[in-house]
Write a protein of this length. Structure first.
Lengths: 884, 109
């Protein structure tokens, strides 16, 4: 029971603090008065008695403090008291408070925003059941230039049948656009064909209706589809009656059997619709066409290593069984997570590092300010010590103040990061847990809170520890003095500035390297000019355009009409414009060469184009001639090849006039004559070198894929012509969908988007660091000038010139800069190695970048030195000497 | 500002509890009584007395009430609680055991 009483007492003293204070005062006063009375009774005068009594009693305030200590709800009450006091202190110096909160808020905001990305990319499991058992299976066709190749259906079928390591395997064939007609506007939807077991393999199920069943996946089964939640809401108003209804997909009736659960984006963000793949028997025995994405679920307890060993065994069996198609084709699995996040992982790790640096710099800055302030508050603190406060108590109070600051900053930072995460969402690759609407959830909130606390302790502990240590008598004697430097405080401040400079150099160097990489990429000759080019797709629906003659007629007419438009320079059709397909390859056999050993098949990329396509993209003709009007059906079959193909397949020979055919040695197909060599075009990415590649005229070839991309070179803004071009297409076929109209430059931007994002983020953080360091140097020197006013006054009085004073302050500031820069450059030299994968065309030790950022920081440091140094030269010795 | 050692503190607690076991008393009177009864040997320092009183009150061994003092002024009177009486008894016997033990050691050695 006693402990209840104890708590009650403590609580009472907490809430009736004023009362308790009064009681304590009158209790002690009563005691004193009694003592005085006694002394008077002994014959002293009242004054003498009072003095003697006080002497006997000792420090009244100290006794009071000790009494208070006994009844405190210690932690809680001191916390309340310190908080109240801290708030008062912060209110008393609003400019300091504002500055410190702003600096920290920027640091915390950067951390919170990047955290939400890092959380999604690095930490959170994928949003599927037991997602760590999910893998992607790929072919290793390194021998043909495709180390991560998309598997063929035949291989997929055999893997699925023979493996002992996977619970299940599912596939998604290449392709993915569907025309939705019927009710409402015709619309092109991104959708995927999938094997019926895909969703159950992932462990997701529809929100409405049912999943695909094996019978839906048989060739010739009735058409069925599952809608994404987003499509269901957007196009069908979220009407649950949709299940069982028929819609028109690619002009054929198709029954909606379900609506997928909310937020599922598979295999990418764009996909809005799924239909069964319905592989035919022929498909499943085709080992030569590689166009699948294959997903699998490891059996429980099977490691990735075991799975890969099993896949390798099967792959070598298949090599023997199908030497034509499978020679030198391996197979391997990688975790789905790695496949999804692989590209952004290093970038996100880099950004996490960068924001930590920014936060450290912000902390160093605020710690510095606190140190300066603490020196100013020395007298107050000495007084507290004299009145019986313990050092631990002082430490606690100072820390409370700094944590208060950082909590304010954390709140402000969280608001800032709300705005930032929207911008960052594009850093998160498809297929990861989607971020919640605003980008801030409980985890980010918690993270920010923890970071705020940690920050408060981090930047508060050094000044607090420093302050709680100084000599009582010294401080009182100094009277909060101006010349009281002797405590080593300046050394601490200097060290903090040196750290700031070093961290900033590292950030700036990293940013410089990334920005130079980006510049290199934008100025890189990728083999085509993206400016003033409008691209779009006109996928020709079947069965309407089943006949090849009809398709060719369509292309001929559209090209003729579009090219006749004012403002159009030229136009061309192609199977794929650059940056839309990494592969698109087919095997060839060169005339006059012996039958290649299996595994030595030549597989160049192929693009089927119209004759003006290459000029439209400004791809250079190096030798020979381009396609001409005469290259028509029934005439001599011709081809253009790129430089890589010329160099690789006809080394030391002139390929013009040489002949090859599509397919294997024994295949009976027409010989195709090479008539020209064109420049290499980077198809797979601005930073990905070209593969061997050939171009065939659409008039002569009936290739598996339609040349559905139309590229139009314009004299003005390409987007100004969208409507007129569309009208021309519709004048040829008024039902023809026109999709994905955009400037080709957008594709380039999109291709470089993540690099641009990385560069601009790191650049932004580096800029922030630069700003903070400037402020840091400025603050330290300003403070030093104030502290040395007297000394400067003496020097001036003894004949020092303004020049000498200027030099003195500059050298103090610059010494800090030089030490910081030296440490920073050494660190940057080591750390930039981590950036290697993010760089292009620039060494991780690029001297120009390193020198550039050092000069930049030096210039800024000089500027930060200049203002306080100027002030020092204006010191009037008369005033300075009376300054105390 | 060194704190009294545990022995001293415990001893002071015992003295205070014993003193107010007779009747409620204020701080001044407690100090006076201890001094007088011990023939001026034990001088209780105020700096130790009041923190001790507050601590004992906090631990609910004694309770305080404001009342009129001998010369008609308000003073804070401390008295034993039930728990305090029990505690005093056990402390007294502890003390006797301890002091007689020390006495034995001093006599024999």
């Amino acid at each position: 029971m006693r402990w209840i009483q104890n708590i009650l007492n403590r609580l009472r003293s907490l809430f009736r603090r004023n009362n308790a204070e009064q009681e304590l005062g009158s209790e002690l006063r009563f005691h004193l008065e009694r003592q005085i009375e006694e002394k008077v009774a002994e014959g002293m005068t009242p004054q003498e008695a009072r003095r003697a009594a006080l002497r006997e009693f000792g420090g009244v305030e100290q006794v009071k403090e000790e009494c208070r200590d006994t009844r405190r709800v210690n932690f809680l009450e001191t916390l309340l008291q310190d908080t109240r006091y801290g708030l008062r202190m912060l209110r008393k110096s609003p400019s300091f408070t504002f500055f410190a909160v702003a600096v920290l808020a920027l640091g915390i905001a950067a951390n919170s925003a990047i955290f939400s990305v890092a959380d999604a990319v690095l930490v959170r499991p994928l949003p599927y059941r037991d997602s760590n058992r999910l893998v992607v299976v790929m072919e290793d066709a390194s021998a043909y230039g495709f180390p991560h190749d998309t598997p063929s259906p035949g291989n997929f079928a055999d893997w699925k049948l023979r493996n002992q390591v996977f619970e299940n395997m599912a596939a998604i064939p290449y392709g993915g656009f569907f025309n939705l007609t019927g009710d409402g506007n015709p619309e092109e939807l991104a959708g995927k064909k999938i094997t019926a077991n895909l969703f159950s393999l992932l462990g997701v199920s529809p929100a409405l209706g049912r999943d695909f069943r094996p019978e839906d996946d048989l060739p010739g089964a009735p058409h069925v589809a599952i809608l994404s939640y987003g499509l269901w809401l957007r196009r069908f108003g979220g009407n649950p009656q949709i299940v069982g209804k028929e819609i028109l997909l690619n002009y054929e009736k198709c029954t909606v059997i379900g609506v997928m659960k909310r937020g599922l984006q598979f295999p990418d963000r764009e996909t809005e619709l799924w239909v069964p793949a319905q592989f035919s028997k022929e498909d499943l025995s085709n080992h030569g066409s590689h166009y699948l994405l294959v997903f699998a679920r490891l059996k429980r307890g099977i490691s990735l290593k075991t799975a890969n060993a099993n896949l390798a065994t099967i792959a070598s069996q298949l090599e023997k069984e199908h030497p034509d198609s499978n020679a030198k084709v391996g197979a391997f699995a990688i975790p789905l997570r790695e496949e999804v996040t692989g590209d952004v992982r290093p970038a996100v790790l880099m950004l996490v590092g960068a924001v930590c640096f920014v936060l450290f710099i912000a902390c160093a800055n605020v710690a510095n300010l606190l140190l300066s302030r603490a020196t100013g508050r020395r007298r107050e603190l000495a007084m507290r010590l004299a009145l019986g406060a313990t050092r631990a108590r002082l430490l606690q109070q100072m820390l409370t103040e700094s944590i208060l600051l950082s909590l304010f900053a954390g709140f402000a930072g969280l608001l800032l990061s709300l705005w930032g995460t929207k911008f960052l969402a594009s850093l998160i690759p498809d297929g990861l847990a989607p971020m919640t609407g605003t980008g801030v959830d409980g985890r980010v909130l918690l993270f920010s809170l923890v970071v705020s606390f940690a920050t408060g302790i981090l930047f508060g502990i050094i000044p607090a520890w420093h302050v709680s240590r100084f000599q009582l008598t010294f401080s009182l004697k100094q009277g909060g003095g101006q010349s009281g430097v002797g405590s080593g405080g300046h050394r601490l401040r200097d060290a903090l500035v040196i750290c700031e400079v070093a961290l900033a150099i590292v950030l700036l160097a990293g940013a410089a390297l990334l920005i130079r990489s980006l510049q290199n990429l934008y100025h890189l000759d990728a083999g085509f000019r993206a400016d003033h080019v409008l691209v779009m797709r006109t996928p020709l629906p079947r069965p309407k355009y089943e006949a090849v003659a009809r398709r060719r007629a369509f292309y001929d007419q559209v090209l003729a009409q579009v090219e006749s438009l004012p403002g159009v320079v030229s136009a061309g059709y192609t199977t794929w414009v650059p940056l839309t397909n990494d592969g698109g390859a087919t095997g060839i056999t060169i005339e006059g060469r012996p039958e290649p050993a299996s595994g030595n098949l030549l597989i160049p990329n192929v693009r089927v184009i119209s004759k003006n396509y290459l000029t439209t993209l400004r791809t250079k003709l190096i030798e020979g001639r381009s396609f001409e009007r005469g290259d028509a059906e029934g005439k001599l079959p011709v081809a253009l090849i790129n430089q890589s193909m010329a160099k690789n397949y006809w080394p030391g020979e002139n390929p013009i006039g040489k002949r090859f055919k599509l397919g294997t040695y024994r295949e009976k197909s027409l010989w195709i004559t090479i008539v020209g060599i064109v420049g290499d075009v980077h198809q797979a990415g601005i930073d990905v070198p070209a593969r061997v590649e050939m171009y065939l005229p659409y008039e002569q070839q009936n290739f598996g894929y339609d040349p559905e991309y139309l590229a139009v070179r314009t004299s003005g803004d390409p987007m100004a012509l969208t409507e007129t071009v569309r009208q021309q297409i519709w004048s040829v076929d008024k039902e023809q969908p026109v999709a994905g109209m955009m400037p080709l430059e957008d594709l380039v931007d999109e291709n470089l988007a993540s690099r641009r994002m990385q560069a601009s983020l790191l650049g932004g953080f580096a800029g922030l660091a630069l700003l903070l360091v400037t402020l840091g140097i400025y603050a330290v020197l300003s403070f030093a000038v104030t502290q040395r006013t007297q000394e400067i006054g003496v020097r001036v009085a003894l004949g020092a010139q303004p020049r000498d004073v200027l030099r003195m302050i500059f050298s103090q500031g610059f010494k800090l800069f030089v030490m910081g820069a030296a440490i920073g450059l050494a660190a940057a030299f080591v750390l930039s190695r981590a950036l290697v994968h993010l760089l292009y065309g620039v060494s991780a030790y690029d001297p120009a970048s390193f020198a550039g950022v050092t000069i930049l920081l030096a210039a800024v440091a000089l500027l930060a030195c200049y203002v306080p140094a100027r002030r020092a030269t204006h010191v009037d010795p008369l005033i300075a000497l009376r300054y105390e | 500002m060194t704190k009294p050692t545990d022995l001293v503190q415990g001893t002071l607690d015992l003295l205070i509890l014993k003193t107010i076991a007779l009747e409620p008393m204020h701080g001044w009177a407690i100090a006076q009584r201890i001094r007088r009864v011990s023939n001026n040997v034990l001088q209780v320092n105020q700096g130790a007395l009041y923190p001790a009183l507050h601590r004992l009150e906090q631990q609910a061994w004694i309770q305080a009430k404001w009342g009129e003092s001998e010369n008609n002024r308000r003073a804070k009177y401390y008295s034993l609680t039930r728990a305090g009486q029990k505690y005093l008894k056990s402390e007294e016997s502890n003390w006797e055991r301890l002091s007689s033990a020390i006495g034995l050691v001093l006599k024999t050695v």
